[in-house]
Design a protein around this ligand. Sequence first.
Ligand SMILES: Nc1nc2c(c(=O)[nH]1)N[C@H]1C(S)=C(S)[C@@H](COP(=O)(O)O)O[C@H]1N2
Ligand SMILES: [Mo]
Length: 360
Amino acid sequence: MWGKREDMLVHEDSPYNAEPAGSALVEGEVTALDTFYCRNHGEIPDIPGEQWRLSVTGLVDHGQDFTLSDLESRFETHGLVATLQCAGNRRAGLIAVRDIPGEPWESGATSTAEWRGVRLSDVLEACGVHTARSLHVEFTAPDVADEATPPQQYGSSIPLSKALSDEVLLVWEMNSEPLPRVHGGPVRVVVPGYIGARSVKWITGINVQDHPSDNYFQTTAYHILPADADLHTARPGDGIPLSTVALNCDILDPSDGATVSSGPLTIRGYALAGDGRGIARVDVSLDGGHAWAQAELDAGQSPWHWRRWSLAVDAKPGPLTITARAWDTTAAVQPESAAQLWNPHGYVNNSWPTANLTVT
Ligand SMILES: Nc1nc2c(c(=O)[nH]1)N[C@H]1C(S)=C(S)[C@@H](COP(=O)(O)O)O[C@H]1N2
Ligand SMILES: [Mo]
C-alpha cells in the first residue's frame, strides 16, 4: 500500500500508519521512499500539483497566494538531508511500563530523506513578514483528523525565529523524486530539529500570528502531561508543549528478541541530537550498563540528520543484552529508563534502548 515495502509494520490501514523494521531502517544513511515511515491523523488528500495553492496571510505586508510554479520560478531551491522523528516513536517501550492508548510505535517512527524545495524564510520575506521576536507561524492542511476534539483539519505552528532559519523548507521533492502523496505531496513543510508533527503535509495555508496555533495538534496533542494526569479530563494547554526533538539513539540491528550465531557480531543503530546540536559519542554495553564500549560513528555531523553507528563484538553463546546511549556535543546524555519518562500520551521515549538476544 502507498508504494511501501511489504514488510512494513502497519499500525493502521486507514489512515495509513506504518513503520519499517529496524533491519530495513538500518540499510541507508538516507531512507528509501518505500521504507520511510508514515504517520497520518486523517485521510490522505489528493491534490494535483497544478491545483495546489499556498496562501500566506496574517502579520505580513502583502499576503499572497503561490502556485507550485511560482515557488519554483521565484525562489532559489535548496536541498537538505534531514531526519523526521515522530514524538510517538518508541511508544511501545513506554506502554511496557504502563498502558497508553495510541499506536504502539517501535523503533521505526523515524526516517531520513533528502528534501528539496525553497526556504520558508524566502517566501515569508517576499510577503513582507513582520519580524517581532514573539510571533508564530501557523501551518494549515486540508486533511481532517477525527481523533481531534473536536474533529478538525490538521495544523500546528512554530516560532517565527525557527521559521526564518535556513533549514526550514517548503519541499516538493524527496530523494530526488516528486514528493509522494502519502508524505505530503504536492508540497509540505519540513522543520528539521523539531518533532515530526510540525512538518505539516499537504500544506495550503501559512498564517503569521502573535500566538501559537489554536489547532488541537498544537494545544492538546504533543504535550507532555504529568504522569498522574487523566487524558479524559486534561484541558487544552495542559502539560509541556513539544517543539525540538530530544536526544535519542536506537539499536536497529539485530532486533530485540533475535537469535544470532556466536562469534563476530556487528551491532548497528542511529543517534539523533536534539535542539540543533551534534552527536558526540555513542556507548554500547553488553552487561546491562556497567561497562561501556564506544561505537564507531559514521562521518557526517549535521544537527539535522541522524548519525549511524556500529560496534563489532564477539558474541558468546547464551543470553546477551545490548544497551546503548548517546551523548550530544554539550555532554547531555539520554535518560536511563522508560519508567522515569512515562507520560499519558506516550511521547518522547528517549531512554537507553536495549535489545535482548539469544546467542547460539
Ligand atoms: N497534514 C498533516 N501533516 C502531518 C501529519 C498529519 O497527520 N497531517 N502528521 C504529522 C506527524 S505526527 C508526523 S510524525 C509527520 C510524519 O511524516 P511522514 O508521514 O512523511 O513520515 O507528519 C506530520 N505532518
Ligand atoms: Mo508524529
